[in-house]
Every structure is written in C-alpha cells, then in structure tokens.
Ligand binder design. Structure first.
Ligand code: ZN
Length: 98
C-alpha cells in the first residue's frame, strides 16, 4: 500500500503506534507523510494529543494484578501437556526411522 500522501482515515490507523514511536510497516516517506498530516490537520493533531493523554493516564494508573494461582496451574498443565505430546511424537518419529 502506498501512503506517500496520507489522508485522515489512513493516519488514524497509525496514530496509536505513532504515539508509541512504533513505525513498523511504514517507509520513511510514509512516516514524513504521517507527520505532515498530523502537523497540518487540526483533527488529527487533536486525536494525537488525546491518544498521548490517554496513554499517559493509563501508564500512571497502571497497577500490577497478580495472576490467580488456578490460572497459573492450568496454563502450566496445558503447556506441560503440549510438551509431553511433542516429546512423544518426536520419539515415535525416531523409532519409525524418520
Ligand atoms: Zn486529519
């Protein structure tokens, strides 16, 4: 896709990543186009400031919530089950001479 001249709808798709300084998927030309639109368009500029304020607020309010032990136990059991299945499958392949 070519975003050499981005319109507001296209900019909207990249705003959140832009706030995080994540430019993955964009060429240098597209980054310049994105910045130009944000600079020139009051609506996109306002959206950007709102996004920055929202992310900043969430970062400040962020608290660690411990994972409940039953959830940890069930994830560990599931991963162990997959590990055992893969190990058994690998072992069968070796015995079959593959
Ligand atoms: Zn705009």
């Amino acid at each position: 896709m070519n975003f050499a001249t981005m319109n507001c709808r296209q900019v909207e798709r990249f705003l959140s990543a832009f706030v995080d300084m994540d430019f993955s998927g964009l060429t240098p030309t597209e980054i310049v186009s994105l910045e130009k639109n944000i600079h020139d368009c009051p609506d996109c500029s306002r959206e950007l400031r709102l996004d920055i304020a929202t992310k900043s607020y969430l970062r400040k309010r962020h608290t660690e919530t411990p994972c409940p032990q039953p959830t940890i136990d069930s994830v560990v059991a599931f991963v162990y089950h997959i590990y055992q299945s893969m190990k058994a499958s690998y072992s069968m392949d070796r015995h079959a001479g593959n």
